[in-house]
Design a protein around this ligand. Structure first.
Ligand SMILES: C[S@@+](CC[C@H](N)C(=O)[O-])C[C@H]1O[C@@H](n2cnc3c(N)ncnc32)[C@H](O)[C@@H]1O
Length: 290
């Protein structure tokens, strides 16, 4: 499962040239998966499944965080991982091979905003983590998921509450609250570009014929200490923020941000032992009733 990312130019790849945004997003997704693995596993255990699913679809699978968490929880499943990005799907196939599970994972490249989805088979469980808010036409996607679910099949929507935060309020020295100001700028940009990111999916699911079975909010608070993965995750996230928010920040904030991002400098975020990954996840589990 993944956090939401600082906005960038494109979520979709034309499949011809490696997209640097895609590469950066893959790093974020992998770090997020590693840091939050326990939370994802706990969420999988909570899922209100009647009988273990055998056919699963992971919509907007990214680098496979959900795909492999589902496989860990339900080792017998066949899973179809769907994404618009060829790079992400290649990573999923590579990981499936490395885990000896390539016979359990099929990848499908598709734009989920396309009114005509490729054949994804019938699913007992559809998992969509941090992907629904990216869609321009989520109502169409909700109807399409309803169609592909077997009767009593479960649709799980997981949405992060924005980009995780890492720094204490009083950091960094001289520019306290810097991270919060970065978020404010990024949130303004996101509001225009990603209008569904704060959506309440419950009413949308009901309107599309689902019965809501469960809803929860998971608060995540992972102390970083000197955990290098947390440092790398904070660094990757702030680097992507830098590209997006620098023009809208006071010059002193940009300088402080650059000092945090200078991995060889004394103020590098990698040297901090007070990082905490703070975020929330909202989860809706809905059933196709007939
Ligand atoms: C934030 S990532 C989440 C990835 C993964 N589900 C996770 O939890 O780590 C969002 C994913 O949705 C994909 N995506 C965004 N818009 C899409 C679309 N219209 N069709 C298919 N995939 C899309 C992106 O390529 C990206 O892999």
């Amino acid at each position: 499962m993944s956090g939401q990312h600082p906005p960038h130019h494109s979520q979709k790849s034309d499949g011809h040239a490696p997209d640097p945004d895609d590469q950066a997003e893959m790093l974020d997704l992998d770090l997020d998966a590693e840091v939050l693995a326990e939370h994802t596993a706990a969420l999988m255990s909570w899922l209100p499944v009647d009988v273990p699913p055998r056919r699963v679809v992971d919509l907007g699978c990214g680098t496979g965080t959900g795909t492999f968490a589902v496989l860990d929880r339900f080792p017998e499943v066949q899973i179809t991982a769907v994404d618009a990005s060829v790079e992400h799907l290649q990573r999923v196939r590579d990981r499936a091979c490395a885990r000896g599970q390539d016979d359990r994972v099929r990848t499908v490249q598709a734009d989920l905003d396309d009114p005509h989805w490729p054949d994804l088979g019938v699913a007992d469980l559809v998992w969509a983590s941090a992907s629904m808010h990216h869609l321009d036409h989520p109502d169409h996607a909700l109807r399409a998921v309803h169609e592909l679910l077997a009767p009593r099949g479960l649709f799980v929507v997981v949405e992060p509450d924005g980009v995780p935060r890492f720094l204490p309020e009083n950091a960094p020295e001289g520019r306290p609250g810097l991270e919060g100001r970065c978020h404010e700028v990024a949130d303004r940009l996101h509001a225009d570009r990603v209008p569904h990111r704060d959506a309440d999916w419950g009413p949308k699911l009901s309107a599309s014929g689902f019965t809501l079975e469960g809803k929860r909010t998971i608060t995540i608070d992972v102390a970083g200490g000197r955990n290098p993965t947390v440092g790398a995750y904070a660094l990757a996230t702030l680097r992507r923020f830098r590209d997006v928010v620098a023009d809208a920040l006071p010059v002193e904030d940009v300088e402080a941000l650059d000092a945090l991002l200078d991995v060889h400098g004394p103020a590098s975020i990698l040297h901090r032992d007070d990082l905490v990954v703070r975020t929330e996840r909202r989860v809706w589990a809905a059933r196709r009733s007939h």
